[in-house]
Design a binder for this molecule. Structure first.
Ligand code: ADP
Ligand code: MG
Length: 605
């Protein structure tokens, strides 16, 4: 006699419910997400006794017709995907169609819902997967779910719940995650008749400040970066805002909260040296990627997500945070011990500065050690990280402040003032390699190759983080035989190298390079490519600095043959150099300018 039989639905649902509904907070998360998926603008969460007695979520979204109000409790009942391919273009939070089936298996549920066009709403009551009531009802447009007596039929689960304090803490956390991801919606959280959070719709900055408290407004700085592969937006807390406990750390992909130790490491690394050990930076970071490049399906409660391009994302994440911190006043001051102040000629001030969008020094790395410990490849050489700059000027009308993207950071401190008396025509070229020019305290000598390297580096890095660097297709692909190690490196970093402008096809052990960056002269291609592969082969390479390092290699190679033959070009180079926030050192840390003071000249006679 067969001993195998199928479990009745209500038991199967109860078992499956264990995966989705672990505690009251899971219910809050699922129902809030459903409300967001239903395009609600106002979402109210009303909790009694940390969710033990009742959880009610009221939304003004699109509502359901009676037929769907009944169907929605069935397992795998979803309106969000129809074919498997939809999983790769997912825009909604839900898609598994199991939240309501699970919740209704382990609680008493009352659903009231109405679509805008219809006159009467519909009510469904369901207990332990069994519908106990269904009827027309008078209600507002939208949907209200009330979940009473959670785990009433699974005493072990109910007893397993922690104190109200702990359970409500979880609820609040889930509430905040959804609320952060949707600042365009209004959210209210009530507990035992008390309104705890009232979040009006607005922009992300306002949402963060409404949750963390008004004073947090001064403590967060925006991050923003866009590449072909990923868009990064959000805010990080300034170093002084770091917490002793892992508190405000929020990472979202396509507006879905997720946890990721690897990306968290990128953020932590960006703060290295800036915050005390064992304290945690705050962050609210939103990644946007093509949904087909991630797999949200690997964990039932969906807080872990697999990324196809995680190494590249790591790198960009790290550099964008460093850039943001560098830009917003956690600024370096020039190391005047190494180089006395360059009294820079200042008729330049009359000329419009060439590239205003590069106000930021994207490679400024506030976290590297000071100049004396800097090594080759340490871009901050010559830069003190002591004395973080002053705060942003406070915007008085701080409510309006939200609307402004505070991209226009105040001028960096330590920016060298240009001298009025300078005459642009006063350049002297030394063998096409150096520019000799007057300055207030004497003369300065500028290394043309290094100055070009610094300028190229800034331009390339700026381009690199946004889109693939400009490249040209080669009429005749360059063939390059690769070693086993090099093949591994090429395969592993193909997208990174592609972003740099190197694309190619690997056939067995020969790489056919089909395009190369425009910045390189034909004669520089091979050397540069080899240098990049060598850099990437190097086992100790710091993943986080990858972007900076590969761009530095490209800049270095492209500047190799830089010379200047006419004084006008020299003036242009100086102008460009001094429009950059970092003009004293090239990316490898070598000085670009040396000054010889009048006293030093006098002493020679
Ligand atoms: P999923 O969200 O994965 O589709 P759920 O069990 O959470 O599965 O919900 C099942 C279906 O019920 C949803 O696909 C949606 O059509 C409908 N639904 C649930 N909540 C709401 C709501 N608040 N407003 C409108 N429709 C809803
Ligand atoms: Mg759902």
């Amino acid at each position: 006699m067969s001993i195998i039989h199928l479990l009745p639905d209500h038991i199967a649902n109860q078992i499956a419910a264990g995966e989705v509904v672990q505690r009251p907070a899971s219910v809050v998360k699922e129902l809030m997400e459903n409300a967001v998926d239903a395009s609600a603008q106002n979402i109210k969460v009303i909790i009694k006794d940390a969710g033990r007695t009742s959880i009610q979520i009221i939304d003004d979204g699109k509502g359901m017709l009676p037929e769907d109000a009944l169907k929605c409790f069935e397992r795998h009942a979803t309106s969000k995907i129809t074919v498997a391919d939809d999983l790769f273009t997912l825009k909604t939070k839900g898609f598994r169609g199991e939240a309501l089936a699970s919740i209704s298996a382990v609680a008493h549920v009352v659903l009231k819902t109405k679509q805008e066009e219809v006159e009467l709403g519909f009510l469904v009551e369901i207990e332990g997967s069994k519908i106990s009531k269904q009827e027309e009802t008078v209600c507002a447009k939208g949907t209200s779910f009330e979940i009473r007596n959670l785990f009433y039929n699974i005493p072990a689960r109910r007893n397993f719940l922690k104190s109200d304090y702990v359970e409500f803490g979880h609820i609040q956390e889930e509430f905040i995650r959804v609320a952060l991801a949707h600042p365009e919606c209004k959210f209210i959280l009530m507990h035992n008749d008390q309104e705890l959070l009232h979040l009006n719709s607005g922009v992300l900055r306002k949402r963060i400040v409404d949750i963390l408290g008004k004073s947090s407004n001064e403590h967060i700085v925006p991050i923003e970066e866009a590449t072909d592969i990923i868009k990064i937006e959000g805010y990080v807390g300034k170093p002084e805002f770091a917490r002793k406990s892992r508190g405000e750390q929020y990472l979202f992909v396509n507006n879905r909260f997720f946890k990721d130790a690897y990306f968290n490491h990128a953020v932590t690394k960006a703060f290295e040296g800036l915050i005390p050990e064992k304290s945690f930076p705050s962050y609210f970071i939103f990644l946007t990627v093509d949904p087909s490049k991630i797999d949200v399906n690997i964990h039932p409660t969906k807080t872990e997500i697999k990324f196809e391009e995680d190494r590249f994302i790591y790198s960009i994440l790290l550099s964008s945070i460093k850039k943001a911190l560098g830009k917003y006043n956690i600024m370096p001051t020039l190391d005047f011990e190494i180089e006395t102040s360059f009294d820079i000629p200042s008729s330049f001030r009359k000329n419009p500065l060439v590239e205003p969008q590069i106000i930021v020094n994207p490679n400024y790395n506030p976290f590297h050690k000071q100049a004396n410990t800097a090594s080759k490849g340490d871009y901050s050489k010559g830069i003190h990280s002591q004395g973080f700059g002053t705060e942003q000027p406070e915007d008085k009308d701080w409510e309006n402040f939200y609307a402004i993207n505070k991209e226009d950071a105040p001028a960096r401190q330590g920016q060298i003032e240009l001298d009025e008396s300078f005459d642009t025509g006063n350049n002297f070229l030394i063998r096409g390699k150096y520019i000799l020019t007057n300055c207030k305290s004497g003369v300065m000598v500028i290394d043309i190759k290094r100055a070009t390297e610094r300028i190229r580096y800034e331009q390339l890095l700026n381009a690199f983080v946004k889109e693939p660097i400009q490249h040209q297709a080669l009429l005749f692909p360059i063939e390059k035989e690769l070693s086993k190690d090099e093949i591994r490196i090429w395969t592993e970093h193909e997208s990174l190298l592609g972003q740099l402008g190197f694309t190619g096809i690997l056939k067995e052990n020969t790489l056919h390079l089909g395009s190369t960056p425009n910045a390189l002269h034909e004669s520089q291609i091979e050397t540069c490519f080899t240098a990049l592969i060598n850099l990437l082969v190097h086992s100790a390479i710091d993943k986080g600095d990858l972007a900076h390092q590969v761009v530095a290699v490209l800049a270095n190679n492209s500047a190799r043959t830089a010379t200047i033959q006419v004084p006008e070009q020299a003036s242009r180079l100086i102008e460009e150099l001094f429009s950059l926030p970092e003009h004293a050192f090239c990316p490898s840390g070598k000085p670009i300018i040396k000054t010889i003071t009048l006293e030093e000249i006098a002493a020679k006679f």
